[in-house]
Design a binder for this molecule. Structure first.
Ligand SMILES: Nc1nc2c(c(=O)[nH]1)N[C@H]1C(S)=C(S)[C@@H](COP(=O)(O)O)O[C@H]1N2
Ligand SMILES: [Mo]
Length: 223
Protein backbone atom coordinates (compact mmCIF):
# COMPACT_ATOMS: atom_id res chain seq x y z
CA UNK A 1 0.00 0.00 0.00
CA UNK A 2 1.37 3.41 -0.81
CA UNK A 3 0.69 5.96 1.84
CA UNK A 4 0.08 9.54 1.10
CA UNK A 5 2.55 11.62 3.03
CA UNK A 6 2.44 15.41 3.37
CA UNK A 7 4.37 17.43 0.77
CA UNK A 8 8.13 16.86 0.82
CA UNK A 9 8.12 14.08 3.45
CA UNK A 10 9.79 10.66 3.06
CA UNK A 11 8.83 7.67 5.24
CA UNK A 12 11.56 5.89 7.23
CA UNK A 13 11.17 2.64 9.19
CA UNK A 14 12.70 3.69 12.50
CA UNK A 15 11.72 6.44 14.91
CA UNK A 16 15.14 7.99 15.55
CA UNK A 17 16.10 10.23 18.43
CA UNK A 18 16.46 13.61 16.72
CA UNK A 19 16.85 17.35 17.15
CA UNK A 20 19.14 20.31 16.73
CA UNK A 21 22.76 19.15 16.82
CA UNK A 22 23.46 21.36 19.89
CA UNK A 23 21.01 19.25 21.86
CA UNK A 24 22.45 15.84 21.02
CA UNK A 25 24.93 15.95 23.93
CA UNK A 26 22.35 17.17 26.40
CA UNK A 27 20.95 13.70 26.79
CA UNK A 28 20.48 12.43 30.31
CA UNK A 29 19.45 8.81 30.87
CA UNK A 30 17.79 9.47 34.25
CA UNK A 31 14.11 10.35 34.04
CA UNK A 32 13.31 13.50 36.04
CA UNK A 33 10.18 13.46 38.21
CA UNK A 34 6.99 14.50 36.45
CA UNK A 35 6.66 18.10 37.57
CA UNK A 36 5.37 20.81 35.28
CA UNK A 37 5.60 24.43 36.35
CA UNK A 38 2.74 26.55 35.02
CA UNK A 39 3.71 30.21 34.53
CA UNK A 40 2.95 33.32 32.51
CA UNK A 41 -0.13 35.55 32.53
CA UNK A 42 -2.00 33.42 35.03
CA UNK A 43 -3.47 34.27 38.43
CA UNK A 44 -2.00 31.35 40.39
CA UNK A 45 1.41 29.80 39.75
CA UNK A 46 1.19 26.04 40.19
CA UNK A 47 3.30 22.95 39.69
CA UNK A 48 1.47 19.90 38.37
CA UNK A 49 2.66 16.39 39.14
CA UNK A 50 1.70 12.82 38.30
CA UNK A 51 -1.00 13.00 40.97
CA UNK A 52 -2.97 15.72 39.13
CA UNK A 53 -2.28 14.19 35.71
CA UNK A 54 -3.86 10.94 36.92
CA UNK A 55 -7.20 12.76 37.26
CA UNK A 56 -7.45 13.22 33.49
CA UNK A 57 -9.05 10.77 31.04
CA UNK A 58 -6.50 8.70 29.11
CA UNK A 59 -6.29 8.70 25.36
CA UNK A 60 -4.73 6.24 22.90
CA UNK A 61 -3.75 7.49 19.49
CA UNK A 62 -1.92 6.30 16.40
CA UNK A 63 -0.37 9.13 14.44
CA UNK A 64 2.34 9.90 11.92
CA UNK A 65 5.33 11.96 13.03
CA UNK A 66 6.87 14.45 10.61
CA UNK A 67 10.27 16.04 11.20
CA UNK A 68 10.89 19.34 9.47
CA UNK A 69 14.07 17.87 7.92
CA UNK A 70 11.73 15.67 5.77
CA UNK A 71 11.73 12.26 7.50
CA UNK A 72 8.41 10.81 8.68
CA UNK A 73 7.64 7.83 10.89
CA UNK A 74 4.16 6.48 10.32
CA UNK A 75 1.52 5.09 12.63
CA UNK A 76 3.17 5.53 16.04
CA UNK A 77 0.96 4.33 18.91
CA UNK A 78 1.00 6.89 21.72
CA UNK A 79 -0.95 7.15 24.95
CA UNK A 80 -1.37 9.95 27.41
CA UNK A 81 -3.85 12.75 27.99
CA UNK A 82 -5.26 15.25 25.56
CA UNK A 83 -3.74 18.71 25.91
CA UNK A 84 -7.31 20.05 25.73
CA UNK A 85 -8.36 18.07 28.82
CA UNK A 86 -5.18 19.16 30.58
CA UNK A 87 -5.99 22.80 29.78
CA UNK A 88 -9.70 22.69 30.59
CA UNK A 89 -9.64 20.41 33.62
CA UNK A 90 -6.37 21.46 35.32
CA UNK A 91 -4.94 24.72 33.95
CA UNK A 92 -8.15 26.76 33.81
CA UNK A 93 -9.52 25.83 37.26
CA UNK A 94 -6.17 25.76 39.12
CA UNK A 95 -3.98 28.42 37.43
CA UNK A 96 -6.67 30.77 36.06
CA UNK A 97 -4.89 31.89 32.89
CA UNK A 98 -6.00 35.25 31.48
CA UNK A 99 -8.49 34.68 28.65
CA UNK A 100 -6.17 36.49 26.20
CA UNK A 101 -3.13 34.40 27.21
CA UNK A 102 -3.07 32.39 23.99
CA UNK A 103 0.69 32.25 23.26
CA UNK A 104 1.91 29.00 24.80
CA UNK A 105 5.58 28.25 25.42
CA UNK A 106 6.95 24.83 26.47
CA UNK A 107 10.34 24.43 28.14
CA UNK A 108 12.28 21.21 28.46
CA UNK A 109 14.90 19.85 30.85
CA UNK A 110 17.50 19.93 28.05
CA UNK A 111 16.91 23.65 27.41
CA UNK A 112 14.88 23.05 24.26
CA UNK A 113 11.77 25.16 23.89
CA UNK A 114 8.78 25.36 21.58
CA UNK A 115 5.76 27.57 21.10
CA UNK A 116 2.31 27.04 19.64
CA UNK A 117 -0.90 29.05 19.63
CA UNK A 118 -3.37 27.77 22.24
CA UNK A 119 -5.99 27.17 19.50
CA UNK A 120 -3.64 24.66 17.79
CA UNK A 121 -2.99 22.87 21.09
CA UNK A 122 -6.71 22.35 21.70
CA UNK A 123 -7.04 20.10 18.61
CA UNK A 124 -8.26 16.52 19.21
CA UNK A 125 -4.93 14.91 18.33
CA UNK A 126 -2.59 16.93 20.56
CA UNK A 127 -1.39 14.74 23.44
CA UNK A 128 0.79 15.00 26.47
CA UNK A 129 2.16 11.52 26.00
CA UNK A 130 3.78 9.23 28.57
CA UNK A 131 3.55 5.96 26.62
CA UNK A 132 4.87 4.85 23.23
CA UNK A 133 4.21 1.44 21.62
CA UNK A 134 2.49 0.25 24.80
CA UNK A 135 5.48 0.90 27.07
CA UNK A 136 6.36 3.83 29.32
CA UNK A 137 8.12 6.52 27.33
CA UNK A 138 11.90 6.10 27.42
CA UNK A 139 14.31 9.00 28.05
CA UNK A 140 15.31 8.95 24.38
CA UNK A 141 11.79 9.91 23.36
CA UNK A 142 11.12 12.39 26.14
CA UNK A 143 10.18 10.71 29.43
CA UNK A 144 8.43 11.43 31.65
CA UNK A 145 6.12 13.51 29.45
CA UNK A 146 6.28 14.99 25.96
CA UNK A 147 3.99 16.78 23.58
CA UNK A 148 2.71 15.00 20.46
CA UNK A 149 1.26 17.43 17.93
CA UNK A 150 0.96 15.39 14.70
CA UNK A 151 -0.32 18.22 12.51
CA UNK A 152 2.83 20.22 13.25
CA UNK A 153 6.46 19.55 12.41
CA UNK A 154 8.39 17.56 15.03
CA UNK A 155 10.12 20.56 16.57
CA UNK A 156 6.82 21.46 18.24
CA UNK A 157 6.57 18.00 19.86
CA UNK A 158 8.82 18.93 22.74
CA UNK A 159 10.24 16.17 24.94
CA UNK A 160 10.80 16.11 28.72
CA UNK A 161 8.50 19.02 29.50
CA UNK A 162 9.37 20.95 32.66
CA UNK A 163 7.34 24.15 32.25
CA UNK A 164 4.41 25.50 30.27
CA UNK A 165 3.76 29.24 30.01
CA UNK A 166 0.62 31.06 28.87
CA UNK A 167 1.30 34.60 27.66
CA UNK A 168 -0.82 37.48 26.37
CA UNK A 169 2.09 39.00 24.43
CA UNK A 170 4.02 37.20 21.74
CA UNK A 171 7.38 38.46 23.05
CA UNK A 172 8.58 35.82 25.51
CA UNK A 173 9.94 33.21 23.12
CA UNK A 174 13.57 32.98 22.04
CA UNK A 175 13.87 30.30 19.32
CA UNK A 176 16.37 27.52 20.10
CA UNK A 177 17.69 27.66 16.51
CA UNK A 178 18.16 30.35 13.89
CA UNK A 179 15.15 32.60 13.57
CA UNK A 180 14.16 31.40 10.11
CA UNK A 181 13.93 27.80 11.41
CA UNK A 182 11.09 28.63 13.78
CA UNK A 183 7.63 28.96 12.28
CA UNK A 184 4.99 30.01 14.86
CA UNK A 185 2.65 27.20 13.73
CA UNK A 186 4.73 24.85 11.54
CA UNK A 187 1.70 23.05 10.09
CA UNK A 188 2.79 20.01 8.11
CA UNK A 189 -0.11 20.16 5.64
CA UNK A 190 0.84 23.73 4.69
CA UNK A 191 4.55 22.90 4.63
CA UNK A 192 5.27 25.67 7.13
CA UNK A 193 8.85 24.50 7.70
CA UNK A 194 10.20 27.91 8.64
CA UNK A 195 10.04 31.64 8.06
CA UNK A 196 10.93 33.69 4.98
CA UNK A 197 11.64 30.72 2.65
CA UNK A 198 9.03 28.48 1.01
CA UNK A 199 8.74 24.99 2.50
CA UNK A 200 9.85 23.25 -0.71
CA UNK A 201 13.09 25.25 -0.63
CA UNK A 202 13.90 24.30 2.96
CA UNK A 203 13.47 20.60 2.05
CA UNK A 204 16.67 20.81 0.03
CA UNK A 205 18.52 22.63 2.80
CA UNK A 206 17.52 20.14 5.50
CA UNK A 207 17.41 16.76 3.73
CA UNK A 208 21.22 16.35 3.40
CA UNK A 209 21.53 16.71 7.21
CA UNK A 210 19.21 13.83 8.16
CA UNK A 211 21.60 10.85 8.09
CA UNK A 212 24.41 12.67 9.91
CA UNK A 213 22.04 13.96 12.57
CA UNK A 214 20.48 10.54 13.22
CA UNK A 215 23.99 9.09 13.69
CA UNK A 216 25.06 11.92 15.99
CA UNK A 217 21.93 11.51 18.12
CA UNK A 218 22.56 7.74 18.34
CA UNK A 219 26.22 8.15 19.30
CA UNK A 220 25.41 10.56 22.14
CA UNK A 221 22.96 8.24 23.92
CA UNK A 222 24.39 7.17 27.29
CA UNK A 223 23.00 4.26 29.30
N1 LIG B 1 13.46 18.52 24.62
C1 LIG B 1 13.59 18.34 23.29
N2 LIG B 1 12.49 18.12 22.57
C2 LIG B 1 12.59 17.93 21.24
C3 LIG B 1 13.84 17.99 20.59
C4 LIG B 1 14.99 18.21 21.39
O1 LIG B 1 16.15 18.25 20.93
N3 LIG B 1 14.83 18.37 22.74
N4 LIG B 1 13.90 17.83 19.22
C5 LIG B 1 12.67 18.04 18.45
C6 LIG B 1 12.73 17.54 17.07
S1 LIG B 1 13.48 18.55 15.92
C7 LIG B 1 12.13 16.38 16.68
S2 LIG B 1 12.06 15.89 15.08
C8 LIG B 1 11.52 15.48 17.68
C9 LIG B 1 12.14 14.10 17.59
O2 LIG B 1 11.54 13.26 18.53
P1 LIG B 1 12.28 11.92 18.98
O3 LIG B 1 13.69 12.30 19.38
O4 LIG B 1 11.47 11.37 20.09
O5 LIG B 1 12.27 11.04 17.78
O6 LIG B 1 11.67 15.96 19.00
C10 LIG B 1 11.50 17.35 19.14
N5 LIG B 1 11.46 17.67 20.54
MO1 LIG C 1 12.81 17.70 13.81
Amino acid sequence: MTRSLPPGQIEIDEFPRFGLTDYAERYHPDIPPLEIAIRGDITTEITLSAQEMALLPRQNQRSDFHCVTTWSTCDLPWAGVRFRDFYEKLIVPLAHPKAEATHVIFRSHDGFRARLPLADLLADDVLLADTLKGAPLCPIHGAPLRLVAPAHFGYKSIKQIKAIEFWIEDTHFRPPALKFMDHPRARVAHEERGLWFPGWFLRYLYRPLVKKTILLFKRTIKD
